[in-house]
Design a protein around this ligand. Sequence first.
Ligand code: PLP
Length: 346
Amino acid sequence: MNFLDRNEFNFEPSEEVISTLKNFDIGKLCFYTRIYDQGKKSIFSEFLSELYGINEKQILLGYGAEDLLKKTIHYFLTDGGSKTMLIPKFSWWYYKSIASEVAGTSLQYPVYEDGNTYRYDFEGLKEMVYDIRPRILLVASPNNPTGNGLTAEEMEELVKMVPQETIVLVDEAYASFVSNDASYIKKLIETHDNIVICRTLSKFYGLPGLRMGFGFIGKGEQMERFAHYANMYLGYDRLSEDVAIAALKSDAHYRKIAEVMAEAREMYTKELSPLPGFKVYKSVANFILIKYPIELKERLQKAFAEQDYKVKFMNEPDIDTHMRITLGRREQNRLVCDTILRIAGE
Ligand SMILES: Cc1ncc(COP(=O)(O)O)c(C=O)c1O
């Protein structure tokens, strides 16, 4: 089966990742980490601290970004303030589910279509934030499924316009596809206390099965309490820590793969945009969103199934004539594009 439906990784891990796994000292699993004696949570958070130039105390680790999102949302929606979270109208369905697990409310803010991209409307969002006074404002950059992201300047502008009582939770699961310059993170968390940024090894570094996520938080008492809640006293999975470090050290391998994805975006845009009823949205992540004539849905689904391919057919209101396709290997992308061309031409 070719899984192009959940934004996973259809390529090989880096040599460093493979050799780290092959040569892992199994004896490490017989003991808890000792790094805790130095007041640090993991060799991975220490590594991230050096890589990003950020105090280790402002780094969180989790079982995927999922875990960090869940911890952040559960903690802040139950700490006595408002129980409301704002989320983008089109976004990962799971945010809403996490809020509902603690009887929180999630309200959607609009995401606008603008030419071949989607955009957040900052003015409208600001009004909504001051009107509703949510405990959390969640922003995904790049956003799933729309594929649009915020620049470092836009992120700064957004955080500045939000009142202190609102936590800005930024889901950056796909951010490494945009750039390897993450220097804005240090600046943001140094200057704003009410911010949590989540990243993961699952997307750019192609290790969704590893379940390793990391995050960055602002300073101050409130965030210290949250870090205390979120951190694991006995440490983290010692195999995953090593593999995660190896992955981050082999950035060049993953940048090359991101180039294959850039080619695929260009191919889909060039070949499918001219088709009547189709629209290919600009994406800065490892997937692409394509609007198609709804009458083709069943035939497309059948054609993909016959070839053992899975792509995601969206069902949510106002985005239900769209498919989200993970960018895979060249031959997979070619087959998907050809299948769409064939069905559209019948
Ligand atoms: C926007 C977004 N955030 C987070 C995740 C989950 O990431 P992780 O595997 O690190 O839990 C996904 C997975 O598809 C996602 O689309």
